[in-house]
Each structure stands twice: as C-alpha cells, then as structure tokens.
Ligand binder design. Structure first.
Ligand code: GLU
Length: 466
C-alpha cells in the first residue's frame, strides 16, 4: 500500500510551501488509494511550539487535507529513537565520538584554508569509545566510506553521491537526543512510508538517510523533491513577499477551494488546465507532472482563481462567508437585506470575500464620507434638481422593485431632458458613497426605501451646505 507523509516542524505557521507539500502528499496518496500520514517533527524543543502545531492543524483543516494517520509527534517517540541508536552502536554502524567543539572548529578551519569541504575526519570512528560520567559523547553514524549512493528521484531524476563526500553525521547529541536525520529515518521506516515527497532543501539529506535505512535493513522509500517556490522577484518566497501563512489567505478572504487549486498549479501541471475540482486534481495528479524548475508565487493569478471560485461555488457558501466576515468586523445585519441578490450581484466584481464585504458595507451601515473624486464629480449643484426629483419620485413608490425604480429614474431623465448619467450617477454616489456599483436600480432596491431616501437627503444637504 502506498503511504505518504507530511512532516512539518512546528516552528511557525503552515506556510505556502508547506501547504503545497502537504497537498502533493495528500493527492498522491488519494490517487493511489493509499494513506496519508501527518507527522509533527517537534524534536527541536526550543523552536517548536503548541501554537505552531495548532496553526498547522488549522491550515490543513481549512484546506480540507485530511490525514489517515496521526498526527504523530516525534517527542513521543524518544524511547524508540534511543533503541535504534543503541542498535546501530551494537551492530557497529554507529560510534561514540568525543571530539570537542574546539577540535571540530579547528578542523573546519584547516579544511577551509586548504580549500577542502569541511567534514568530520573520523578520528573517533575506530576508537570504540564508551560514554562515562566525565565525557559527554555524541553518537555518529558510520557512513560507508566507499561506493556511491544512487536514487531515482521522481522529480530530479537520478541522483548519485559518492560516499566519500559524506562524513559521519551525528545521530545523537551529547544529551542523548536524536538528530533530524535519525528521527526521519526511524519514522519513515516504522510508519512504512513508501513515498517521501518533500521540499528540495532536503535533497542533500537523502543519501545520508538512505545509508542509515540500509544499515537498519529497511526498504528505502521512493523520493520526490519539490522545487522551491519563489516570490515574484525571483527570490525564495518569504515574509518579504507578503502573506506566507496559508491562514493569512483565509483572513484575506480567499476560498480554500481556490487556494488549493492555486497550490496544485504551483509546480504541477496537467496540459494547460487551470481550474481543477478536488476530484479532478486526484484523477490527474502524477509525480511525473511535477515541474523540474522552481515556480513563482503570483498573487494576480491567485486572485483570478479566487474570482473563478467566487462565481462558481454555491451562493450559500459565499453568503455564509460574507456573514461571518460581517460579524467579525462587528457590522450588524438585520433581516432587511436580501443577501442573495446583493452577494450574487457583487461576487462577479471582486476577487476576495473581503473585497466583497467592503463593497457592500454601504447596505448595512451609513458610510462615513463620500469618495472624494466621486463626490466632486457627481454631487455638484447641478445634481440638486435630479436628486430632489428622485426623492419625490421614490418616496411615492409602493412597488420597491428594480423595474419600478428604473422607471422613476428614466422619467426624470426625460422630464429634465438629460442623459442617464446625470441622474443615475448622483443617485449612485448618494446611496453608495462611491461611483461604482452594480446597476443602480438594483442597488437602490437592495438598499431599501428608508435608507435610500435618507441618503438622498444627506446628499442634497451635502451639496447645499458646501
Ligand atoms: N521536518 C522537516 C521540515 O519541516 C521535513 C522533513 C522531511 O520531510 O523529511 O523541513
């Protein structure tokens, strides 16, 4: 059975790169009818935090990336790591090392001066040291000295590294705690991971991990190392580029379906298809489709995809999100507002839920002030006559529907012998505060009669007292 794992270190948020790795692991397991494991690599006690664990879980839940096993926590598995370290020592594949920091620093300096790659020289490799109360010893893995480690990466193709290039890495610190390469190997082995899909910042660890796996007699998983994600300036994606935590995208009003769709295209393609439902992603996903070169994060494209989803997701879902956002911003909305009409009207015009909410706030609350430009252009003395007539005409209206409202506006344009803009635009700025809105008759219908009349008065007042 195929088994993948997502193995984040809980030292921050679930960032875009991590979420993409999780998605690819999840997709591959789904595609193959396998299992997906979540493993929290929290052995770095100083940098790991509960909050980060929660942030990772929140991010995965938001994106609806469900795991079949876990979350496993490495900090709960120290006994197991200790046992494996002991086993490696017993079978002669690991040894205690007493080299001091000073010696290692000196060694490094000498090697650097001689233009050699800094590496441990194996001084303690054959000394058969044993720990005692005076000496705090680290444990090193006895990396084979001859031969080549070769693996076929699903993205990078064949990767070969000479064992002579690899030194004896530390697998247990002097306090006995295991290091990253050891814990990963033990977990991948114990958890029967068949495919390791992870960022290519780990590709240099792979030959070392393969050697340890072999020493333990384990079957090596297959590997797929994902090229990194760059910001739009070509540099590695980081906080400098704006939001990096996926939950920030939730805060900013993106839909999880859109985010997932954006993420899947970040380094993977299937022909030139851009929009994928979850099922389509699973159907089409293959490790072969992963791009070999780095991909660039592009907010414009994310916005475009989000807009597609705003239009295509069930209206009820969008309304729920809009209501949640309104609530969060402390805006009260009563039963008066026809959410269906307004959200449907606006969702085609915005890229995010936040923009949508922003654009419709005028339906729920009086806006503070008119958009400067809009007021300068439309709320001039010339607009007094149309606004007065609108007030009178709309006040009389019993049938508060877009059709009837339209008729009132049109009659006034005829009476005054002016174009639609001369009446419609002052009305628009009067009721929405800005010069952009969906069709004005529909907008006025949604705002309702009392609000419309009071806002027309406000505009008349504004012009008269300027
Ligand atoms: N914990 C590692 C990280 O967050 C990933 C380890 C792995 O995937 O092998 O970078």
């Amino acid at each position: 059975m195929i088994k993948t794992r997502f193995a984040p270190s809980p030292t921050g948020y679930l960032h875009v790169g991590g979420a993409r790795t999780a998605l690819f692991c999840w997709l591959f397991s789904k595609k193959m009818g396998g299992k997906f494991v979540l493993r929290i690599e929290d052995t770095d006690l100083e940098r790991s935090s509960e909050d980060s664990v929660q942030a990772i879980l929140d991010g995965m839940r938001w994106l609806n990336l469900d795991f079949d096993e876990g979350p496993y926590f490495q900090t709960k598995r120290f006994d197991r790591y200790e046992a494996v370290i002991a086993q490696l020592i017993d079978q002669g594949d690991a040894y205690y090392c007493a080299c001091s920091k000073q010696r290692l620093d000196d060694l490094r300096e000498t090697q650097m001066a001689a233009k050699q790659k800094p590496r441990y020289d194996g001084l303690c490799r054959d000394l058969d040291l044993r720990p005692n109360s005076r000496l705090a010893l680290v444990v090193r893995f006895k990396n084979p000295q001859l031969g080549v480690v070769t693996f076929t990466d699903h993205v990078k193709g064949e990767v070969s590294v000479q064992n002579a290039e690899l030194d004896d890495l530390i697998i247990a610190r002097s306090d006995g705690s295991p290091t990253y390469n050891l814990t990963v190997v033990v977990d991948d082995m114990d958890m029967d991971i068949t495919h390791v899909i992870r960022g290519d910042d780990h590709v240099n660890n792979t030959p070392r991990q393969i050697n340890i796996l072999r020493a333990l007699g384990a079957t090596c998983p297959e590997y797929a190392h994902l090229p990194m994600i760059l910001g739009d300036d070509g540099k590695r994606l980081s906080k400098r580029h704006g939001a990096v935590s996926v939950m920030q995208y939730f805060e900013d009003g993106y839909l999880p379906e859109a985010m997932l769709n954006y993420l899947v295209r970040l380094g993977w393609s299937h022909g030139d298809q851009e929009i994928f439902s979850r099922d389509e992603m699973i159907d089409h996903f293959s490790l072969d489709g992963i791009n070999k070169s780095a991909s660039s994060f592009n907010t414009e494209k994310l916005n475009w995809i989000n807009q597609q989803y705003l239009m295509s997701q069930p209206l009820e879902q969008i309304i729920d999100l809009v209501k949640q956002r309104l609530q969060k911003t402390g805006v009260s909305f009563d039963g008066q507002v026809d959410f269906h009409s307004i959200v449907d009207l606006y969702r085609q015009r915005v890229s995010t839920i936040n923009q949508l909410v922003e654009s419709i706030l005028y339906c729920f609350q009086e806006f503070d002030s008119y958009d400067d430009k809009a007021a300068k252009k439309a709320l001039r003395p010339l607009a007094l006559e149309p606004l007065n007539r609108l007030y009178a005409g709309l006040e009389e209206l019993d049938d508060w529907s877009a059709g009837a409202i339209h008729e009132v506006i049109e009659n006034i344009t005829q009476e005054l012998d002016v174009g639609m803009g001369k009446v419609g635009q002052p009305l628009r700025v009067a009721v929405t505060g800005s010069s952009f809105s969906p069709p004005i008759d529909k907008t006025v219908e949604i705002i309702g009669k009392p609000q419309t009349l009071s806002r027309i008065s406000r505009a008349i007042n504004y012009i008269s007292t300027k």
